[in-house]
Design a protein around this ligand. Structure first.
Ligand code: FMN
Length: 194
């Protein structure tokens, strides 16, 4: 890929335990691609060498697991903080808490708030997305824990259901809005470049 092609490409990183966030990342990538940008989709892995600086922007689609995100996310945000603060970025957090519409405001979603506070990162766009309940895929321990969480929060606690709570239209809308922000940043950089 040439230098100019690289500069019109977005990196989309995801962390996903049972594949739902990967599915969301693919939907986001599709919209970004349709908007006319290149997009590389990669899994967030501990210790992976990522040449993030060559991209026009970076997106993160990350699921919550027992209150936290993948360790690799915190590490990457710390390592590339300066670059991330100066580049269009998208943070999409995926959780079951967000199945309740009232929790989809990033300012009211505790896991997202805590992540941003801890990392002192201000993404250009933050989107809180409802994930999926997938009891058949969980091991015994996880199934018991998730049933308990669902019971306490008034959700489906039968230990058998598979329910997709994701608002896919909203996911695609966020992706399109983010692509516009990347284009705006590219235009601005061209205008202000010496
Ligand atoms: C073991 C486990 C722990 C989870 N912990 C939380 C949690 O603390 N809070 C929450 O809102 N959702 C929690 N979830 C829900 C996931 O974030 C949701 O199911 C998401 O769709 C998982 O996406 P993934 O398969 O891409 O990782 C948990 C799910 C699992 C399986």
């Amino acid at each position: 890929m040439s230098e100019s092609e690289n500069s019109k490409c977005v990196l989309l990183l995801y962390s996903s335990r049972f594949g739902h966030s990967k599915k969301i990342a693919d939907a986001v990538a599709n919209e970004i691609g349709n908007a006319g940008l290149g997009v590389d989709v990669e899994e967030l892995r501990p210790g992976a060498a990522i040449d993030i600086h060559r991209y026009a922007g970076a997106g993160f689609v990350v699921s919550v697991r027992y209150g936290f995100f993948a360790t690799a996310l915190y590490k990457l945000l710390e390592t590339h903080k300066d670059w991330l603060d100066s580049t269009p970025t998208l943070l999409m957090t995926v959780s079951l808490t967000a199945r309740k519409p009232g929790k989809r405001d990033p300012a009211k979603h505790s896991y997202t708030r805590l992540l941003l506070k801890k990392t002192q990162w201000t993404p250009t766009r933050v989107s809180v997305v409802a994930g999926a309940l997938q009891y058949p895929r969980y091991n015994v321990f996880d199934r018991v824990c998730i049933r308990l969480i669902m019971l306490v929060t008034g959700g489906e606690a039968d230990g058998k259901s598979e329910i997709d709570y994701t608002d896919w239209d909203s996911v695609r809308e966020s992706a399109r809005a983010y692509a516009k922000e990347v284009f705006a940043s590219l235009r601005k950089r061209k205008i202000t470049a010496p």
